[in-house]
Design a protein. Structure first.
Length: 126
């Protein structure tokens, strides 16, 4: 399983988990700063996010004129591993459950873009 960092162009037919970063967006201030997902074809799923037809979070971002980058890809990861990355246990889906997303799930710790920014901010004298 490959762990690809800062891959804006994801090769076709790559399956696994991916992390979208929109922390640099002024329109994202009221939204989350990251989206972590799983897809059988990550490149196709990212295009759906860009067109605003994937997750509600990214569709709102796109509607507001925001942009994002693919900051990380975990090639070959499964849905169970996605749940671990998000810091939660896999649950058996039920018809009553609309979403298993929890606010502030801490996926920023996996973002190389945000890690670098934090490191740079620590170097700036106050």
């Amino acid at each position: 399983m490959n762990n690809l960092n800062s891959k804006e162009v994801v090769p076709e037919s790559v399956s696994g988990c991916y992390l979208l970063c929109f922390a640099d967006n002024p329109v994202a201030h009221a939204l989350a700063k990251h989206y972590l997902g799983y897809a059988i074809n990550i490149a196709a799923r990212v295009e759906k996010h860009r067109s605003g037809t994937a997750a509600r979070l990214t569709s709102v971002l796109v509607e507001r004129g925001g942009k994002f980058v693919v900051s990380r890809v975990w090639e070959g990861y499964t849905e169970a591993e996605e749940a671990k990355l998000k810091g939660r246990r896999m649950r058996k889906p039920s018809p009553a459950m609309k979403s298993n997303h929890k606010r502030g799930s801490g996926v920023a710790k996996h973002c190389p873009i945000c890690k670098q920014r934090k490191k740079e901010m620590e170097c700036i004298p106050q």
